[in-house]
Ligand binder design. Structure first.
Ligand code: TYD
Ligand code: MG
Length: 455
């Protein structure tokens, strides 16, 4: 029996390189009776088992102390948050708030579970401390290191046994035993292969969060390069100068990738937005032509629906042909809705219109279920007739003008009811569980839907 002296992975035969951590000349012979756990693992790996006999193990998780971040990371009940061991990449534009949210998470985890190491390669310890003080994110178990050399982490991990380590950022960390500048592809790959066995140490499994800036010029290895080396990639997004932040995952081995987290940048750092629907609808002016509320959900695996207002306005200029601008909406879908409205629903005058459209509040709405709301908003603007009060609209619109069912209808209806809506205009849905307080209005075609929706 051979065991790697770095990561303790066992192997039945001698190899020059460890199969797990990829380090060279590190396998040492050991008496098999002393490596019971590893022997089991080898047996496990070398045998095919009937699927009916395999136990499903639940991932062990630690909460980040932030509901919206936990939601994206995944988990159920009390077992939510970051899986240990795992490597999670937090990607986003510079200045969007990655360091802010991570120092908050670091303090929460330190308070809830145990030691945390935060390595900052960009800012001094004093700068991070000043921010943490302002945010109330201080705890004696949160340790800061200001270094660009990753090797410094290893000894500290052995000394402090952290439950979480944060590396801010991959682009400023360097491994001395590998070639290349900090941030180069070789270095970034080297960093993840260094951290993986450290996260998975026997008796001390920790989560690791890596920060990766989205780089426009590609000079440094961006999040895309890292995506296949980590277990989850989270994108932290938002518009500069606006408080809304959305956390979504591009990849997550431990959760679906459609659940999103909604947060707000405030004086006290990032705060969970408890009810995104209420937040997005807060300043809505109902009773105007061109505004329609829809419920977005993301996908079939998602656990939350969010209500968003879709707005459409026509420009006063005469356009040579249809012009569409779309913010927070898929421009191609808006153009397609114009075509279906003109050809299949008898809505005239769109071929030379200048259309401004958008989803209010900063959320990107890119699901098919928003089709009907977009189409109804355009029709409402053309006819200068507002939609009925208390109405919510969702459904996919086909090219023949037919309405198609969309997933998660019940979740969307429940959210509409919770926000005080009373009617829902939807596709024909054969089986739709009723929701208290919501009158369901089914339409087969877009033309029919427009007649039902407009006052
Ligand atoms: P930061 O976390 O440094 O961004 P990143 O690590 O992604 O580069 O965020 C910096 C911005 O956040 C900065 O413009 C100021 C703003 N900010 C707040 O609005 N409120 C706060 O409490 C903090 C700490 C930062
Ligand atoms: Mg930062």
């Amino acid at each position: 029996m051979y065991v790697c002296k770095h990561c303790e992975t066992s192997s039945l035969e001698y190899k020059g390189q460890c199969g797990n951590c990829k380090k060279w000349n590190c396998l040492q012979e050991r008496d098999p009776s002393t490596v019971i756990v590893q022997t089991k693992e080898v047996e496990n790996e070398s045998r095919a088992e009937p699927i009916t006999e395999i136990d499903v193990t639940v991932d062990k998780r630690r909460s980040t102390g932030m509901v919206e971040v936990n939601r994206v990371l995944g988990g159920e009940g009390d077992n939510v948050g970051i899986v240990y061991p795992s490597l999670v990449l937090m990607a986003g534009d510079p200045g969007i708030g990655k360091s802010t949210v991570l120092v908050q998470i670091a303090a929460n985890v330190a308070r809830l579970y145990g030691p945390v190491i935060y390595i900052t390669g960009e800012e001094s310890k004093s700068a991070v401390t000043a921010r943490a003080t302002r945010l109330g994110a201080k705890h004696e178990r949160l340790h800061l290191m200001s270094t660009g050399h990753l090797e410094h982490l290893e000894a500290e991990v052995r000394r402090l046994n952290p439950v979480l380590s944060i590396v801010d950022s991959t682009q400023t960390m360097h491994r001395m035993d590998m070639p290349g500048e900090a941030g180069s592809i070789t270095q970034v790959k080297g960093i993840t292969s260094f951290l993986r066995p450290l996260a998975k140490r026997k008796d001390n499994e920790m989560g690791v969060i890596l920060v990766g800036h989205v780089t426009k010029d590609g000079s440094a290895a961006g999040p895309k390069t890292l995506e296949h080396l980590v277990d989850a990639t989270l994108y932290f997004e938002g518009e500069m100068g606006r408080p809304l932040r959305v956390l979504r995952s591009a990849k997550n081995r431990f959760n679906n990738t459609t659940d999103i987290g909604v947060l707000e940048m405030s004086q006290v750092g990032l705060v969970d937005i408890a009810s995104p629907s209420a937040h997005f609808l807060a300043q809505r002016r109902s009773g105007e032509p061109g505004t329609v509320v829809t419920a977005v959900c993301g996908g079939a695996a998602n656990r939350r629906a969010i209500l968003v207002e879709i707005q459409v306005l026509f420009g006063t200029a005469e356009a040579p042909r249809l012009q569409v601008s779309a913010s927070g909406l898929d421009q191609a879908r808006v153009i397609q809705m114009c075509a279906v409205l003109g050809r299949k629903a008898g809505v005239q005058g769109l071929d030379k219109a200048q259309i401004f459209s958008g989803a209010v509040g900063g959320l990107d709405v890119d699901e098919r279920a928003a089709d009907l709301a977009i189409a109804v908003a355009i029709a409402s603007q053309v006819r200068q007739a507002p939609v009925q009060a208390g109405l919510i609209v969702f459904g996919e619109v086909g090219l023949m003008g037919e309405l198609r069912d969309t997933p998660q209808a019940h979740l969307r209806l429940k959210e509409a009811a919770a926000q005080g809506f009373t009617k829902a205009l939807v596709p024909p849905f054969k089986a739709l569980e009723p929701v208290d307080g919501i009158e369901i209005m089914r339409a087969e075609t877009l033309a029919e839907a427009i007649d039902m929706a407009l006052d």
